[in-house]
Design a protein around this ligand. Structure first.
Ligand code: BEZ
Length: 290
């Protein structure tokens, strides 16, 4: 039976690149988990994906997510493959290795259980390969989102982070996130939320005027968002791991040089505007969806 959104993801045990994994024990009671399947070891797109996932691991950890990958080869093969991935440069500068487990689903037991097989892609023995599936599972082991791509299309892991942000925000507040939303951007008030409740829980919101005259497009600021005031330990690493981190590098470089030359304050003032904001745990919420 394929898993549907809202289903409890079943427990499983499986050998992996870091030894035997018991899924529920590994994730624990308080973490979300991201399970990504891959067609095969020693393949180009998969290598870029696993390296990228390693690079972004601190960002998943900040969102309280444990990461697991799955590929239909044995654990020894996974460990050899990891050496290639580490050397490929895709893990980035701050994360040098694939440290999360790669499940060894040699018999395709999990791939079948989770509905991950792609009938269009076969290995040299004619067996179907796993597609590029992503399962986003919350801290109650409920399946909250899935993404399914064919073997020939590598995934965008920033999109997976974005979906986690949306799910975690909408669990806490009566909001839904609009198209292409990213943290800090305006959110929609959910249709079932009365204006009075929205006002109390979210503060001021605006109603977009539309020809029908219906007041269903209500926008509020992102209630889980706070601009950071100081760079905390680990934040620079996290910022550099983001899509925009690379763009910040020249600014940070200038900052270091300016600091060394004694011109820290003016350089800091001009670079401060460009800091990538982060989510904070909501301080207050009179409303809890889950
Ligand atoms: C890859 O990971 O590069 C790949 C795997 C199977 C089919 C096509 C591409």
């Amino acid at each position: 039976m394929p898993l549907n959104l809202g289903d409890t993801v079943p427990d499983f045990s499986c050998d992996s690149s870091v030894g035997q994994i018991h899924y529920y024990d590994y994730v624990g009671d308080e973490h979300w988990s991201i399970l990504c399947s891959h067609p095969s070891d020693f393949t180009p797109v998969c290598s870029t994906e696993l390296g990228t996932l390693a690079k972004l691991l601190p960002q998943f950890e900040r969102r309280n997510c444990k990461v697991l990958a799955l590929s239909c080869d044995n654990a020894e093969s996974h460990r050899k493959w990891i050496k290639d991935i580490d050397a490929s440069g895709y893990c980035g500068k701050t994360t040098s290795t694939v440290s999360y487990p790669i499940l060894a689903d040699e018999e395709r037991a999990l791939a079948v259980k989770f509905g991950m097989l792609d009938p269009e892609e076969k290995d040299e023995k004619g067996q179907p390969l796993t597609c590029r599936a992503v399962f986003i599972v919350d801290d109650h082991k409920k399946l909250r989102a899935t993404i399914l791509y064919p073997a020939t299309t590598g995934r965008n892991f920033y999109e997976i982070l974005r979906v986690v942000d949306s799910l975690q925000l909408t669990d806490e507040y009566p909001v839904a996130t609009p198209a292409n939303w990213e943290r800090g951007e305006k959110v929609c008030v959910t249709p079932s939320t009365p204006d009075e409740v929205a006002q109390v829980v979210l503060g001021d919101f605006s109603v977009v005027k539309v020809p029908s005259g219906k007041k269903y497009l209500r926008l509020s600021k992102d209630p889980g968002y706070k601009t950071p005031k100081v760079l905390k330990r680990g934040m620079v690493e996290t910022i550099l791991g983001t899509e925009y981190g690379a763009k910040l590098l020249p600014t940070l470089g200038r900052l270091v040089v300016a600091f060394a030359l004694g011109g820290f304050s003016s350089s800091f003032a001009s670079s401060k505007k460009k800091e990538k904001p982060v989510h904070t745990t909501p301080q207050t919420s009179g409303w809890k969806k889950r």
